[in-house]
Design a protein around this ligand. Structure first.
Ligand SMILES: [Zn+2]
Length: 94
């Protein structure tokens, strides 16, 4: 997906996770379409917090030891797009 990509979503936002979309590519614009009309244009931004999208790679992290915990990462550096594990501060770089 390039910077000019536009995603068209028909029928509302209910089942679309903008958190995931924003994490994948926050340079895209999302057009919300209802009855063949654009009802909303949304620019995505990097989410401050992402849950269950990426997993912590630290083998000593509690999420690696305990099953069923949500994998929560927070944005620690928006410019470098760096996320850190909420539990052990392990850096996640892509
Ligand atoms: Zn961790």
């Amino acid at each position: 997906m390039g910077k000019k990509d536009i995603i068209k979503i028909e029928g509302g936002m209910d089942h679309i996770n903008l958190e995931i979309l924003g994490y994948i590519d926050h340079n895209i614009t999302v057009n919300i379409i209802r009855d063949n009309e654009i009802v909303e244009k949304k620019s995505l931004s990097l989410p401050k917090k992402i849950t269950n999208i990426i997993q912590c790679k630290n083998p000593r992290c509690i999420t690696s030891i305990e099953q069923g915990l949500p994998h929560v990462f927070y944005l620690s550096d928006a410019e470098k797009e760096t996320y850190r594990c909420m539990y052990c501060e392990e850096k996640y770089s892509r």
